[in-house]
Ligand binder design. Sequence first.
Ligand SMILES: Nc1ncnc2c1ncn2[C@@H]1O[C@H](COP(=O)(O)OP(=O)(O)OP(=O)(O)O)[C@@H](O)[C@H]1O
Length: 300
Amino acid sequence: MPTCGSAKTLARQVESQGPTRAILPREAQGRSVSFGAMEHNAGVLTSAAGVSTPAATIAARTDGLTKVYGKGDAQVVALGGVSVDIYAHEFTAVMGPSGSGKSTLMHCAAGLDAATSGQVFIGGTELTSLKEKELTALRRDKIGFIFQAFNLIPTLTAQENILLPLSIAGRKPEMEWFDTIIDTVGLRERLGHRPNELSGGQMQRVACARALASRPEIIFADEPTGNLDSRASREILGFLRRSVTEFGQTIVMVTHDPVAASYTDRVLFLADGQVVDEMRSPTAERVLERITGLDSAKGV
Ligand SMILES: Nc1ncnc2c1ncn2[C@@H]1O[C@H](COP(=O)(O)OP(=O)(O)OP(=O)(O)O)[C@@H](O)[C@H]1O
């Protein structure tokens, strides 16, 4: 089982505090972290009992995010005004039935797709007002990506793949950090191998190391274990969990898998282009129950 004891403690605290705008993140407990912290801040949240809680750092935020595909009869409202905060130094899962808008939310939040209306913030930077060049620089400097299909360059070795985003950005790798990542994902013996010489799990470990190498402010992972067997999935999820717990990374992960969601601090549930619920300290059982409810409401 994943280790998220502090998140569990928080959930208990939150339950005793009553409702707030969003369930408070781990950082509101005063946990100190030094990795990729953002200056944008949620302000002081006040519980129903009137108790002030320390402000939490917001890594990314959407405000009335709407995405409409197509026109006329073919029009699809993929996101219908989503306002959500993603807290720094947390592992957040995005779940929901097929077609509920998970990938669209992730792509718009990561600046890979343009919103129809509404706003998206990465830290204090509003994405929808950026020019293409500025958006490219922001994606390169502040965001890490992990995809289901790994997306490694076949002609490059594992080490070259991991360092590629840094070399594109003209940045020198911090070798101490590189070593930490390599040892954490257990790739030391495989650095000279090309992707076709690696297993699926090893390729995804390379992709995780690549996402972490630049110490991005936030990592978006789109079904990172979707192509892996259960053992390799557990390894990747364990690694993502450690990246958050030990290195203070912020990760948002789209997943269909309740077990994968149980590694996270918080699950956002989407249905029909809206965030309809969220859960802290998720267990696979509770997530499955909630997802089944959403599926049956949709007639799946
Ligand atoms: N490029 C597109 N053109 C038209 N419609 C699209 C496009 N991309 C997504 N959609 C529609 O938008 C809605 C949300 O799609 P999205 O891929 O975000 O859902 P999802 O929750 O990620 O689904 P899945 O779990 O099946 O991957 C769906 O109805 C989908 O058909």
